[in-house]
Design a binder for this molecule. Structure first.
Ligand SMILES: Cc1ncc(COP(=O)(O)O)c(C=O)c1O
Length: 476
């Protein structure tokens, strides 16, 4: 939704001009109004294509977690399915079947006790999946409270202040009080004690993030679950966990098999991931899974016609392309467990090596080292007064690298970092080129007597590492 008003960029009154040598009439078209008549398809194509040249290069975008590369075969399947609407289960039963297969594959990957009992669906991304996960927690809590004859009008959700902005939206849109555990010192995410301290009888759930957007770290899901077990034993308050595995739920199963974070933990009721992040599909697909039908209240599920039968659906929207779900199934078939493991291991190797090289530079210090999700954050070393992370981000942009800089939330708002997301396609070679560019720009930055840029100049491309303050940059 374009919330910007047309006059805000100062160009609202000026038409878009086409070069008269290369185009037929019309040579100008209105910028913000529907043109009066038609134009040739080639002219329209060229006009749109040229305008898009100013976009950044997606492969050099180290801010996004979202896939910027796909095999030609995946792209071909996506084009073949561009006209299929995911909701038309009856018309496209095979697309529906492939979605179901993906859900079952994920249920096995995430160790559902009985994968045939697990329920789940595709979504547009982790944000929609988070809304569905949150709604299920809320509805379950309401049912329980009403059955007990107790008030069900003041639900709250406990999470670290580091959660991605989608959880802030969930709380806002669905009227649940968000209880954010603040950062403290070098603790940049949720801990068992701090989570439990905010829980009470109105807590619908705790969100544990596997792969924090701020620094790529895993939250200690098993320890949080154990602390909540203890809370239940002491007080009777029984709080389920939703794991936001937007990135990590497609990394940990392949690289950290011993780590218990998923349905192996009975308290984990639901998990989301972004198929379009380390699921390796281009945007937008996500997945939401519940450990069993008890975890997903039946009254949230709607029913559509499917081959003359009944197909349950749980979604915020209705129509949505089938292409991404097909591409997810293609990736699962194409790579299998070992293919995913190799892709993710390569990303982690690149991240850890690049982080270690950056740590060797006098100017920087690591906040995380890329050894959990292949994402790491680093800051300007204490004592360096002449430039800021925002200067470094701007200077890297001169060479096309998009590396976001942002400040941490309350309690650690003094901490400003750069963050690099290593994705499939960001090779050791590209990492070396980035390091060379970073090293080359440092002598120039060293000559500055004071920083030239601060958080207000940074733009909003921290990919949801928000500040929990409306209207601040970084909040999408
Ligand atoms: C931890 C976490 N949760 C949720 C999201 C939102 O995901 P999506 O962009 O798939 O909606 C992100 C995106 O970066 C994330 O990092």
């Amino acid at each position: 939704m374009p919330l910007k008003r047309p006059h805000e960029d100062g160009r609202g009154s000026r038409d878009v001009e086409l070069n008269p040598v290369f185009s037929r009439e019309p040579v100008t078209v209105p910028r913000y109004a529907l043109p009066e008549g038609e134009m040739g398809a080639d002219v329209a194509y060229q006009l749109v294509h040229d305008e898009l040249m100013l976009d950044g290069n997606a492969r050099l975008n180290l801010a996004t977690f979202v896939s910027t590369w796909a095999e030609p075969q995946a792209q071909r399947l996506m084009t073949e399915c561009a006209d299929k609407n995911m909701i038309d289960k009856d018309e496209y039963p095979q697309t529906a079947e492939l979605e179901t297969r993906c859900v079952h594959m994920l249920a096995r990957l995430w160790h559902a006790e009985d994968p045939r009992e697990a329920v789940g669906c595709s979504t547009t991304g982790s944000s929609e999946a988070a809304m569905l996960g949150g709604l299920a927690l809320k509805r379950r809590w309401q049912h329980r409270r009403r059955a007990e004859g107790r008030p069900a009008d003041r639900p709250n959700l406990v999470m670290g202040v580091n959660v991605q902005v989608c959880w802030e939206k969930f709380a806002d849109y669905f009227e649940v009080e968000p209880r954010y555990v603040p950062m403290e010192g070098n603790r940049y995410h949720l801990s068992p004690e701090t989570a439990v301290a905010l829980c009470d009888e109105n807590t619908i759930g705790v969100v544990a993030v596997l792969g924090s957007t701020f620094d790529g770290s895993y939250e200690p899901v098993a320890a949080i679950a154990a602390a909540l077990d203890d809370l239940r034993d002491r007080t009777g308050i029984d709080v389920p966990i939703h794991v936001d595995g937007a990135s990590g739920a497609m990394i940990a199963p392949f690289l950290d098999q011993e780590l218990e974070w998923d349905f192996r933990i009975p308290r984990v009721a639901s998990i989301n991931t972004s198929g379009h992040k380390y699921g390796l599909v281009m945007p937008g697909v996500g997945w939401a899974l519940w450990r069993d039908t008890d975890a997903l209240p039946g009254d949230l599920v709607f029913h559509v016609n499917y081959l003359g039968g009944d197909m349950p659906t749980f979604a915020l929207n209705f129509s949505r392309p089938g292409a991404q779900v097909i591409a997810q199934y293609y990736n699962f078939l194409r790579l299998g467990f070992d293919g995913y493991r190799r892709v993710q291991q390569t990303c982690r190797d690149v991240a850890v090596r690049l982080a270690a090289q950056i740590a060797k530079l006098d100017e920087f210090e690591l906040v995380t080292d890329g050894s959990e999700i292949p994402v790491f954050a680093f800051k300007v070393r204490a004592g360096i007064e002449g430039f800021s992370v925002f200067d470094v981000s701007a200077a890297l942009r001169e060479r096309g690298w998009l590396v976001p800089a942002y400040t941490f939330p309350a309690n650690r708002a003094d901490l400003a970092v750069l963050r690099i997301v290593v994705r499939n396609g960001f090779s050791h070679d590209l990492a070396d080129l980035l390091l060379e560019d970073l090293t080359r720009l440092l002598p120039r930055l060293r000559k500055q007597s004071r920083p030239h840029r601060d958080a207000d100049d940074a733009g909003g491309f921290a990919h949801g590492a928000g500040t929990k303050e409306p209207q601040r940059s970084g909040r999408h």
